[in-house]
Design a protein around this ligand. Structure first.
Ligand SMILES: *Cc1c(COP(=O)(O)O)cnc(C)c1O
Length: 365
């Protein structure tokens, strides 16, 4: 057996650990912020028919420009009610196999050796992992109390580190905490580089709340990334996307692999987007379970952080490892994100949330 250390691997990858959310077969998986409601059956039939039609053309390479998909994503963003100040046009949209690949494209085009990206931990672990894999230096800025990020604190970090790219996460994973548009605008003004706002959980924000799309007009270095992995209940299909100035999209064309989005993926995503309201019909119910978690975890003596996402980070856990294992013994998987005295749980169905809370309550008796 050869070990990694014996291979002629890149020096900067030595000693690194891969993304590692445990994948375990459990009855109740509340660990990676999926939508735990299955895709509605009528949509499954529609998507399957679209994929079948596409199979008749699968001997050919797919549309490299995923034109139809970009049109549907642009229409969805323009109609989401999230507060885009101007309609998002198809030429402003980019997509890839999950927003992780979208983020990789950003780093390949605007980061790389000799360049640095600023992030604000605790935040989405893939941001620093993809930075490392593209040879981009990761520098960390501080947060304020309660994991908030004020314009002043964020701008101070930009001034101190002079980054080529800034990653913001709104709402932030793993804390769930919101990020003000004032912070995003201030970071943009203070920086010379690309500012990417990862809005993977945008659909779970309070209704009518303006999102970072509303800041796009006139800001050609601003990028807003989204995904179909969370609210859309489409994580297994792997479809992430972003909106930005058309020139940014041209930059991403330089680094993507030709035909990176398979025809089957494109067809499935278009079919799902044709039924966006149905795909998103569980969002309200998930928000209710999130708010229920905030109330009930407090009642159980924990210290949950305010969340605008579909998960809750809660403090006041004396022994996170022991609590994690106790839940796992009851077939419930949540996430130990490595923050002292904290654990993170996804808002699932009402029954899943009830079972999680019941096991916790009995544990504390
Ligand atoms: C889950 C998540 C994603 C999703 O990544 P995909 O590759 O689209 O599945 C992106 N960003 C954040 C902050 C997330 O939590």
């Amino acid at each position: 057996m050869t070990s990694l250390a014996d291979l002629p691997i890149r020096d900067d990858l030595r000693g690194q650990t891969p993304y590692g959310a445990p994948q375990k077969a459990v009855r109740i998986a509340l660990n990676v912020n999926e939508n735990t409601h299955p895709v509605p059956v009528e949509i499954i039939a529609h998507v399957a028919a679209a994929v079948e039609r596409e199979l008749h053309a699968v001997n050919r390479y797919p549309d490299r420009e995923f034109t139809l998909l970009r049109e549907h994503l642009a229409a969805y963003l323009s109609s989401s009610g999230g507060g885009a100040a101007a309609p998002v046009l198809p030429e402003q949209v980019w997509a890839a196999n999950g927003s992780n690949e979208v983020i990789q494209h950003i780093l390949q085009a605007f980061g790389g050796p000799g360049r640095r990206v600023l992030g604000f931990p605790p935040t989405y672990s893939m941001h620093s992992i993809i930075a490392a894999s593209t040879g981009t230096e990761w520098v960390a800025g501080d947060r304020d109390a309660g994991f908030a990020l004020s314009p002043e604190t964020a701008v101070a970090a930009v001034r101190r580190t002079d980054p080529d790219i800034v990653f913001l996460c709104a709402p932030n994973n793993p804390t769930g905490t919101p990020l003000g548009l004032d912070t995003i605008a201030a970071v943009y003004e203070a920086s010379r580089g690309i500012v990417m706002v990862d809005e993977a959980y945008a659909e779970f924000m309070p209704e009518g709340q303006p999102d970072a799309l509303s800041l796009l007009p006139g800001r050609e270095r601003l990028v807003v990334s989204r995904t179909m992995s969370k609210a859309f209940a489409f994580a297994g299909a792997r479809l992430g996307y972003l909106a930005a100035d058309p020139a940014v999209i041209d930059a991403l064309r330089l680094v993507r692999l030709p035909y990176h989005l398979s025809g089957l993926t494109q067809a499935a995503a278009v079919a799902a987007l044709e039924h966006a309201p149905t795909m998103l019909r569980t969002v309200g119910a998930i928000r209710e379970q999130r708010d229920r978690l905030l109330v009930e975890l407090t009642r159980l003596g924990y210290d949950p952080h305010d969340s605008w996402a579909n998960f809750v980070l809660f403090g006041g856990v004396a022994d996170p490892h022991a609590t994690f294992e106790h839940l796992l013994a009851h077939d419930i998987l949540i996430r130990d994100v490595g923050l002292p005295n904290h654990l993170r749980v996804t808002a699932g169905t009402p029954a899943e949330t009830t079972e999680f809370l019941d096991v916790l309550a009995r544990m504390n008796q």
